[in-house]
Design a protein around this ligand. Structure first.
Ligand code: HEM
Length: 340
């Protein structure tokens, strides 16, 4: 089979059912196999020499922002260049420098959930609040912005854009005629046809573009924490030392959109999942709580490092939540050109 597409992921509940009835490798379309084995994960992602590359699906996903991001670049060489260019944003130094902002956002989140008196507080929707928390954290990391979606209802419309836009772009990217749709993704016509999800995606792109312009013109950021430590500031003037490649404004626009979505969406899913499983398994919640309380004497001590790494039970609850509720629950297709 030539140009076979292979899709390395499926949602846990689906994949469990499929595994039970059909086994871990299933033909889900005439030229598409779905793999659900650990060895397939290694074979597909583990080595650069594997006979697989990102599929056509990627070419539509964030092209509305102008070009391909590190997520959607299908050309291996160009992808490597983007990875090297982005490395400083994900370095230990960068994560450490941004950690206080994230801690501040998390503390404000905890504060806003605290009951006023001694009794129970008000009900809150864990998924919704996790979406706002994820978006606020990524807003700080990527743009140095302080969206305050958790605290202020009036600022939530941006965070509310992420999921509808993702849902639309996921299936749209699978269309056999997606290549015909791509050029129109940012058009007014498509906003009318596609409605709110398209408008939502465009709003996120516009925000990213405005931030890129601000960095490029050295104006900084109009509100929030930006002082050069956010990811976009680190990328705006960086280049790939090996190839000499420098990002254009479009590269930065698309990468901003990618980072905020790639970070906020999976984070909120796994955080919601962890809350769900912990509150439904009181023994596990008790163990995790005891571990944290015996490791730290106050919330302000909770930072990345050996003490946090020693919380192995907590870490296992996160891993298990990731396993059961994969935050990228859909197929992300890769293509192979070898006969099967
Ligand atoms: C629980 C948290 C997260 C999960 C489960 C997750 C999952 C994933 C997965 C599965 C991919 C690969 C998709 C593919 O190959 O098609 C990916 C790519 C990516 N993620 Fe995440 N992610 C998480 C958090 C983040 C965060 C916080 C950021 C920060 C900006 C981020 C940035 C990216 C980027 C830039 C890519 C593209 C990388 C590349 O292909 O070179 N992710 N993520």
């Amino acid at each position: 089979m030539k140009n076979m597409k292979i899709s390395p992921q499926a949602p846990w509940f689906c994949s469990s059912l499929i595994d039970y009835f059909a086994g871990p490798i299933v033909r889900i379309a005439p030229n598409t196999l779905s793999f659900n084995t650990r060895s397939a994960l290694n074979a597909i992602y583990g080595t650069r020499t594997a006979n697989v590359k990102k599929g056509e699906w990627y070419k539509t996903f964030d092209i509305a922002a102008g070009t391909y991001s590190s997520f959607t670049e299908t050309d291996r060489e160009k992808h490597s260049i983007k990875r090297r260019w982005m490395a400083p944003a994900f370095s230990t130094e960068s994560i450490k420098a941004n950690e206080p902002l994230l801690i501040d956002i998390i503390e404000r989140f905890c504060e806003s959930l605290k009951p006023d008196g001694d009794g129970w507080g008000e009900k809150w929707n864990a998924h919704q609040m996790s979406v706002y928390l994820g978006f606020d954290m990524m807003g700080a990391l990527v743009f140095g912005s302080d969206f305050k979606s958790v605290q202020e209802e009036g600022t939530r419309d941006f965070a509310d854009c992420v999921l509808p836009a993702q849902k639309l772009l996921y299936w749209l990217s699978y269309l056999p005629v997606a290549f015909l749709v791509r050029p129109f993704l940012r058009s007014h016509f498509f906003e009318i046809v596609g409605g709110k999800p398209v408008q939502d995606n465009n709003r996120l792109i516009d925000y990213g573009k405005a931030q890129v312009q601000a960095r490029r013109s050295n104006e900084g950021n109009e509100k929030g924490f930006s002082d050069g430590r956010d990811f976009l500031s680190r990328l705006a003037y960086n280049d790939d030392k090996k190839s000499g490649w420098r990002p254009t404004d479009l590269d930065l626009d698309t990468e901003s959109l990618n980072m905020i979505i790639a970070g906020a969406d999976p984070y909120s899913q796994v955080f919601t999942g962890a809350i769900f499983y912990l509150v439904h398994n009181s023994e596990c919640l008790k163990k995790a709580t005891e571990e944290v309380r015996s490791t730290f004497t106050s919330p302000s001590e909770i930072i990345g490092g050996p003490q946090l790494n020693s919380c192995t039970y907590l870490s296992a609850t996160i891993e298990e939540s990731l396993r059961r509720l994969a935050p990228v629950p859909s197929h992300v297709p890769a293509s192979s050109s070898r006969a099967a």
